[in-house]
Design a protein around this ligand. Sequence first.
Ligand code: X5A
Ligand code: ZN
Length: 651
Amino acid sequence: MAMAGESSNNNYGDCDGKSHRKVGLVYDETMCKHDTPNGEDHPECPDRIRVIWEKLQLAGVSQRCVVFGGSKAEDKHLQLVHTKDHVSVVKSLSTKKKDYRRNRIASQWNSIYLNGSSSEAAFLAAGSVVELAEKVAEGELDCGYAIVRPPGHHAEPDEAMGFCLFNNVAVAASYLLDERPELGVKKILIVDWDVHHGNGTQKMFWKDPRVLFFSVHRHEHGGFYPAGDDGDHNMVGEGPGEGFNINVPWEQGRCGDADYLAAWDHILIPVAKEFNPDIILLSAGFDAAIGDPLGGCRVTPYGYSVMLKKLMEFAQGKIVLALEGGYNLDSIAKSSLACVQVLLEDKPIQGSSEAYPFESTWRVIQAVRKKLSAYWPSLADVLSSNLIDQKTSTPIIVFSSSDSETEDYADDILDQMSRLNIENHHVDTVSTSWRRDLSKVDVWYASFGSNMWKPRFLCYILGGQVEGMKKVCVGSMDKTPPKQIMWESFPHRLFFGRESSVTWGVGGVAFINPLTNLNDQTHMCLYRITLSNRLEQFNDVLFQENGLKVDSDSPLFGLDTLQLVEKKGSIPLASGGWYGNIVCLGKECDIPILTMTCTLSAVEKFKSGEIPLRPPSEAYVNTMVRGLVEGGRLSEEEAKAYIDNAASKPL
Ligand code: X5A
Ligand code: ZN
């Protein structure tokens, strides 16, 4: 067993006279040794557990807990959920002398890297969760948090995946049920709030009614990692385990406290009351946290603390947290601290988010309740429409703070939300060109017209023209292709107008109403491109979109305007032009989502008929359809119907 570090002690409880709970923490520096073989950067990095540990020490909370070093899992315990083969493959990794042998094994799995210490870390991660769960089940501890890596919930019986080697939480659950019957643990609730679906855990207890598995995750109809149908809400378990598997699959990113707490209040908590677990194991990934680079969600430390507090009402507070994902070091440290403070029963941290759940959140919750009400009667009631009709969160969340205690916190969040991804903030004093004066940031350019077809959009970056276009584009100064592409829907009305355009000839082109309307959904293809540098893309797209010259002597849109549009939601540019209105649709991965459309006053003119609506030409429709189909967003028939619908309805 490795040592946890000099600060381990057990003067838990009373240094400030307020904590009565015996809280266990596992931390072991040895688990930092699992790393990429060649030193490449990877989000699942050793610093993840270090920063959490340092945060707990600096805040003075680890000193009030009982701290343990890691302990190695036994093969026979791992084999309760994994195949013998899998356990021996992972064990064999440490004896391999050469990286290439391990790389070969890693390459047969999905999203796995391995080095000479991966095996040791994996055995420690699983063993630590087992040990902590055992101590809580025995009553030696009230609850605890295992700060472990590699994570576990993606690991399947015979397969490592998604940064996970052994399924730490599943091993611990099976250990309590199968190896320690004398402890009286007969029913275990596993809650998985990691932003990804806990596919491994689901598989391991699929037919087992002793384990109720609840996972809330980004799903996007099977498009989000780990892709496929496993995380669907119809996956409820089988045989005796039918009804004991609950998935809450978000349809979109950007979910936050309001969405998660709605899932708690309307699904998890009522079911937990009925199930009445003897202990709770929490797959505590923090990659749904605000600022996480992989998750794209917005749960705050306050949100995590409320979710945890609500779970502590069950099983006499016997709960064991095990770290899973979470890739923003600052976010995981703050979220972890908030959780340990809840375990210690400290005064709850303050916070409030003004946001309501998304419309899609209610849709998902209602679908889950309907499907699972066959097994859990408390889910049978129909949710009141008052609840669901609350106004949906605005694109940019505004946090309110009414007293001084919340102020710091709200500032913090606002700071995180408005921080731009500034890669090279330097000002070149020699040059007077705006292209040299601005820092470089990334933005999502959200396209809803012909630009949804990637080859057509690339004309704005690389230059050129594609089938159907009557004009050649010059491209951007920066010819780097988009770093990332993704699809999302936004509640704005799509319509078509203009007699003709230079690029497409006779017929309307696509616009959206800058104003949100929850009854409308427009598919958009988001390209991650750069804004405002001497090599720059967003302005160059903007110039071309508005038929202006790319070598203009001033930018249409700079960092100052970016900040403004993030605040206001929509701003018309002085230069005018058909697409001279920039709209901010929110953020994804902490990067603003911008689109270009006409101004509000133009929308008024379209409405009054002063500017007529016009259906798009065949060439334009074809390009849009290709975008939607090749992007995997819609089938050809759906895409045609979608455009037809937008083109035929009055504004
Ligand atoms: C544990 C966890 C994420 C894997 C993402 C792979 N895994 N692209 O968060
Ligand atoms: Zn995850």
